[in-house]
Design a protein around this ligand. Structure first.
Ligand code: AMP
Length: 396
């Protein structure tokens, strides 16, 4: 059986999913898994499409000390599972820079070009590229496709993708790129099946997970995003602050004696819901807490989503629909209710029972905007892209 492996690599974990290629350029999920705790407490877990456990094993830090070792262990296990014949590997790559607006077949030259964007995403890009290099060394004949989180936003106009800084910096790549593009692209693909008329209109999509952003879709195309140059802007996230006055960064540098590395670690790991609550970056824990700081962090999150919705509504010249997606958006009826209440000025009105049950359509019939909950599927999007890029080779 020909299959496509989808890889999403971070510094301490490797997430993967396996898809079978089917006639008609379709893909079917076979299994999903992850190897986390790389170098500390490595554990490989995987479940089949029906949710049954396919693998659960701990390794020593010596066996899986880094990302290349994690790839090797995962690949060995996949090979051992039997009749999987890999046609290609699709990778999530956070940054395609100004150059890439579509997924690409990765060549060694393209890999070098993508490495130039490491300064634009220092925490993610090196980890995204490492598995591509390792696999290329092990299996140079195996096609690898890079799918970019920035690509779906590359059609943004100059008003949306500029900062008010001298043009030389824009020319060298200091731009508002936007991220979570694979998630938004999936939603833009899904919407015509769920709400064909709305899919033609003006829609705000809120991707609310441990990373969070919002995107303005006009007729299914991204026209504006709350994220910019790095994944730090816009909404507060699990451990990142979202929009922050750059003066705060200057204050940390000059008054608190922090160097650039310390500021980076602080902004990526210590802020957002975690910093604000002093308790947790996990929305489930905050919702379960009786601490006033947890309640404040939740209210702040909802408030910032509503503020940013106002900005995106202005970009779109009005709003016809709103979509919640990702971990919090798909699962937290409470956050959806709070956000929707703050969007009453846009004519948003919730159907509380439908919201509590997590139905697809959660707005009441009187609502002036349609409100949906749509589960996202970035890995499926990567598998589809990979299949489209390699074409008939997927079945040869
Ligand atoms: P993601 O990054 O998309 O996997 O989303 C992770 C976030 O979703 C975490 O903050 C989780 O706490 C949150 N989440 C997942 N399930 C729930 C739930 N049932 N209620 C509230 N938040 C949830």
């Amino acid at each position: 059986m020909k299959a496509i492996l989808v890889v999403n690599a971070r510094s301490s974990s490797l997430k993967f999913q396996l898809f079978e290629t089917e006639p008609g350029s379709r893909v079917k999920r076979l299994l999903k898994g992850q190897l986390d705790g790389i170098g500390v407490r490595p554990r490989l877990r995987a479940t089949n499409a029906d949710g049954a456990i396919a693998m659960d094993r701990m390794y020593s830090p010596e066996e899986v000390g880094d990302l290349p070792a994690a790839i090797q262990v995962t690949a060995d296990w996949l090979r051992g599972t039997g009749n999987v014949d890999l046609a290609a590997i699709g990778h999530r790559v956070v940054h395609g820079g100004p150059e890439y607006s579509e997924p690409i077949l990765v060549s060694p030259e393209a890999l070098d070009r993508l490495a130039r964007y490491i300064p634009l995403a220092p925490l993610h890009q090196p980890n995204n590229l490492a598995p591509i290099r390792t696999i290329h060394e092990l299996r140079p004949e195996l096609p690898q496709v890079a799918c970019f989180d920035t690509a779906f936003h590359r059609g943004h106009g100059p008003l949306a993708d500029h900062f008010a800084i001298p043009e030389e910096l824009y020319a060298e790549g200091v731009r508002r790129y936007g991220f979570h593009g694979l998630s938004y692209e999936y939603i833009a693909d899904r919407l015509p099946q769920v709400a064909p008329e709305l899919a033609q209109g003006r829609v705000i999509v809120a991707h609310l997970g441990s990373g969070a952003s919002m995107c303005a879709l006009a007729g299914g195309r991204s026209v504006e995003s709350t994220l910019g140059f790095t994944a730090l802007d816009g909404l507060p996230m699990g451990t990142r602050p979202g929009q922050i006055d750059p003066g705060v960064v200057l204050y940390l540098l000059t008054e608190k004696g922090m160097d650039a590395g310390a500021v980076q670690r602080f902004l990526y790991n210590e802020c957002g819901l975690k910093g604000l609550s002093g308790l947790s970056n996990d929305m489930r824990e905050l919702e379960a807490s009786t601490e006033p700081r947890a309640a404040f962090a939740i209210e702040f999150f909802a408030y910032r989503i509503a503020l940013n919705a106002g900005m995106l509504a202005a970009a779109l010249g009005g709003v016809d629909g709103f979509v919640f997606t990702a971990g919090i958006g798909e699962n937290s009826a409470m956050i959806r209710a709070r956000v929707t209440a703050r969007l009453a000025w846009l004519g948003a009105k919730l159907a509380p029972d439908a919201n509590a049950r997590g139905e697809t359509l959660i707005s009441s019939p009187e609502s002036q905007i349609a409100i949906y909950v749509l589960p996202t599927d970035e890995e499926l999007m990567i598998a589809r892209h990979t299949l489209a890029v390699i074409g008939p080779a997927a079945f040869a």
